[in-house]
Design a protein around this ligand. Structure first.
Ligand SMILES: NC(=O)c1ccc[n+]([C@@H]2O[C@H](COP(=O)([O-])OP(=O)(O)OC[C@H]3O[C@@H](n4cnc5c(N)ncnc54)[C@H](OP(=O)(O)O)[C@@H]3O)[C@@H](O)[C@H]2O)c1
Length: 224
């Protein structure tokens, strides 16, 4: 495996999403990347000299093994149980697609994997959502990338067109608790999407081997 810190190709899964679109902007603007390959199931409304946007059926992700060359893979895939329609459909995206995406990237030469997970992720949890998130983290760690960065944001703060009640409640409760005690939320602090994206791209430039977990407290803006 050859490690490079410039003229890199980034592979980005989830570019149509809230975190993914912020990541896409960061990656396209960063000098370390000469190409950004962002496979999606619906076309991106963005055009850029560095950007390639293959359309694919994520149920056939395995077919792309070795066909998507990259050094760094950024994974910001995910859904909600209500959007997916069932726990099984949620797991298909938040576990199967993420792990298969990471495998495809590894087959394409990726040495670094940067994954968006969630605060509270825990493979032993008795609750479904954090358990799936934790299982996904463990599966991705097990793939043995030279560097694996796992980001565990709190509730996401960004400009989402779609209305998500859970997110709105999470942000409201967090703001209330923080007004009572600024330090009360710890690693359940809300995370600004732009800060998360910037920190993910910065982490990929550190070239630090092994597994790093970035918790919500680390994802606060310095002045927050
Ligand atoms: N929301 C929060 O407050 C919060 C908090 C902590 C962690 N997280 C985690 O952060 C990650 C990113 O969240 P986000 O809010 O940016 O997600 P998002 O806006 O819902 O975007 C998710 C991405 O996954 C893709 N995707 C979903 N279902 C798919 C399917 N069946 N086939 C192919 N692609 C599919 C979406 O593509 P389409 O656009 O085509 O649907 C989109 O690109 C997720 O893993 C989430 O669990 C979220």
């Amino acid at each position: 495996m050859q490690l490079t810190s410039s003229r890199k190709i980034a592979l980005l899964f989830g570019a149509t999403g809230l975190v993914g679109s912020a990541l896409l902007d960061e990656l396209l603007a960063h000098d370390a990347y000469i190409r950004v390959i962002a496979p999606t199931r619906r076309k991106l409304h963005k055009q850029h000299d560095k950007l390639e946007n293959p359309l694919l059926n994520f149920d056939e992700l395995e077919d792309y093994a070795g066909k998507l060359p990259c050094q760094d893979v950024f994974i910001a895939l995910g859904t909600t149980i209500s959007k997916a329609g069932s726990k099984a459909a949620f797991r298909k995206v938040d576990f199967d697609y993420i792990v298969k995406g990471a495998l495809v990237a590894k087959a394409g030469g990726a040495s670094q994997c940067l994954l968006v997970s969630s605060s509270g992720a825990d493979q032993e949890s008795r609750f479904f959502y954090p358990r799936v998130k934790g299982q996904t983290e463990e599966a991705v760690k097990g793939l043995g990338f030279w560097a694996t960065h796992i980001f565990q944001p709190g509730v996401l703060v960004g400009d989402r067109e779609e209305f998500r009640l859970g997110e709105k409640i999470g942000i409201g409760v967090s703001n209330l608790l923080r007004s009572i005690s600024p330090s009360i939320l710890g690693n359940y602090n809300p995370t600004k999407v732009k800060v998360l994206a910037r920190k993910m791209v910065e982490a990929a430039q550190e070239m630090k081997a092994g597994v790093q977990v970035h918790r919500a407290l680390e994802l606060l803006e310095e002045e927050q």
